[in-house]
Design a protein around this ligand. Structure first.
Ligand code: NAD
Length: 497
């Protein structure tokens, strides 16, 4: 049986370009081979960049009000087609429909933010900074920008980038994950339907070959990357060496601290949601619970009960709370980590291997380890699956010490009823996004999203004010309209008079 081929979208048209290589796209819930996605060659990336470069002058010159109206039209189309996008995300990624809906709605919120671009691009003006001299500043687009995105949010992560880049007057080339590529083509169709000129938004599918062609392309001015830490670091190094502006968001190992004074039922519910939602395949998933003092025994007992009750099944089944992981390789990696935890001497409280689901899907159930220590692989590595490890610590200070010693610093949370403990935590923890009794503290679209340390390479977080800053350059203009007979300046460095 032949399967459908997913093509690139360049200059407003679907095309295979020069691509001959392909990669399989699986249905993780069934193991079915749903499609083949083309893998771009450097020539295909070049074609997309040329289309974006050709569209750039016209788009950068389009009035900010028209760009805003376009974003409103795009926003309405995404909302109208929400169910279709949700279905696509779930079928290629595997996440349950409600979770996929949450993803697309969070993406929609970034588009909402981009609709306000006239307000966001307002510049500054200072009258009479020197006698008869005025000064103003405004922001202009960077140029052709590229986005390289991971598999775990096939619609959302692109939406962190392209609505802001396009609203600020740039043109864009998106290289989505080759594991779940369809949502990006659908987004391109919706942009076209909204009236976006051809070439402003392009999609090239591919692997390292396409990524390297982006990082080296002389006509790309800015690169936004989201994915694992080693690739984020590589992308940052190679693209900055080529003179590009780069923001590269990497992996994570997010810790939640549970103090004995917390509402432990509520904390356990939140831990379950944050550790096992999307099968733990979120960069903001909680993968370590730091149980402080007497919190440990009752917490582990509650999480055990709730983890065993999570309903695992295909994402499209309404009763399912947790779907499969993305590929067979991911399944093998995760079960390998579970074996390594057992071997290292951690206590396997809930074993998610071989869950009770029929068929050939890539399922692994909620897994819980207790008595984990910081030397163990299950603590040190990003597992990116439904595995929660509990580390028992004596004090809040010990918990903060462990978090601050970790190489990753994307998100963290504390569960407590003490405002004082929460304040100490929020001030001293060295992490980009912090939750107080909120397990997944993903900021709203009008704030910026990003971690610290090995969770981010580059200076800018995504969306919100930092997204606007990333996709634009500031220009400052100093003006004077002299009388014809005014004396000219002298050779000294000018100062205000
Ligand atoms: P990944 O790093 O394997 O892939 C990300 C992108 O890089 C994909 O488009 C892929 O095609 C490309 N790529 C893969 N290998 C490459 C190579 N050798 N050279 C050049 N490009 C390459 O990540 P993934 O498995 O798709 O996604 C999961 C990872 O992303 C996790 O580590 C997760 O924490 C991270 N993530 C981080 C954030 C964040 O905001 N910090 C958000 C989502 C996901």
């Amino acid at each position: 049986m032949t399967v459908r081929t997913i093509q690139h979208r360049i200059g407003g048209k679907e095309t295979a370009g020069t691509s001959r290589r392909t990669a399989p796209v699986w249905n993780p819930a069934t193991g079915e081979h749903q499609a083949e996605v083309l893998l771009a060659e450097p020539e295909d990336v070049d074609a997309a960049v040329l289309a974006a470069a050709a569209a750039l002058p016209g788009w950068a010159d389009t009035s900010v009000m028209r760009r805003s109206r376009l974003m409103f039209a795009f926003r309405n189309l995404v909302e109208k087609n929400l169910d279709e996008l949700v279905r696509m995300v779930s079928s290629e990624h595997g996440k349950v429909l409600d979770d996929a809906r949450g993803e697309v709605i969070r993406g929609l919120e970034v588009i909402d933010f981009a609709c306000g671009i006239p307000q966001l691009l307002k510049g500054e003006y200072s009258d009479q900074v020197s006698t008869d001299v005025d000064l103003f500043s405004f922001r202009q687009p960077l140029g052709v920008c590229a986005g390289i995105t991971p598999f775990n949010f096939p619609a959302l992560v692109g939406m962190w980038m392209h609505p802001i880049a396009i609203a600020t007057g740039n043109t864009f080339v998106l290289k989505p994950s080759e594991r779940d590529p369809s949502a990006s083509n659908f987004v391109a169709e919706l942009y076209a339907e909204a009236g976006l000129p051809d070439g402003v938004f392009n999609v090239v599918h591919g692997d390292k070959v396409a990524v390297d062609a982006i990082l080296d392309h002389p006509q790309i001015a800015g690169v936004s990357f989201v994915g694992s830490t080693p690739i984020a670091q590589y992308v940052h190094e190679r693209a900055t060496a080529n003179g590009k502006r780069v923001q590269a968001l990497g992996g994570a190992k997010n810790h939640a601290v549970v103090l004995p004074d917390a509402d432990l039922d509520s904390a356990a519910d939140h831990l379950i949601a944050a550790a096992y939602g999307s099968s733990g395949q979120r960069c903001m998933a909680i993968s370590v619970a730091l149980a402080v003092g007497d919190a440990a025994e009752p917490l582990v007992e509650r999480v055990r009960e709730k983890a065993q009750a999570v309903k695992v099944g295909p994402g499209h089944e309404p009763a399912a709370e947790m779907g499969p992981v993305v590929t067979r390789e991911a399944l093998e990696r995760i079960t390998g980590y579970i074996a390594s935890g057992v071997e290292a001497g951690a206590e396997l409280v809930v074993d998610g291997r071989r869950p009770d689901v029929l068929g050939n899907g890539y399922f692994v159930g909620p897994t819980l380890f207790d008595h984990v220590t910081p030397e163990m692989e299950v603590y040190r590595d990003e597992i990116f699956g439904p595995v929660l490890v509990v580390v028992r610590v004596d004090s809040l200070q010990d918990a903060i010490g462990l978090i601050n010693a970790n190489r990753w610093a994307n998100g963290t949370a504390i569960f407590t009823s003490s405002g004082r403990a929460a304040r100490v935590f929020q001030r001293s923890v060295q992490v980009g996004m912090v939750g107080i009794n909120v397990p997944i503290p993903v900021p709203m679209a009008f704030y910026s999203f990003g971690g610290w340390k090995d969770s981010l390479f580059g200076d800018h977080h995504v969306h919100g004010p930092e997204g606007i800053a990333f996709y634009t350059r500031a220009k400052a203009v100093t003006t004077r309209w002299p009388e014809p007979d005014e004396p000219r300046g002298n050779l000294s460095f000018p100062t205000a008079v």
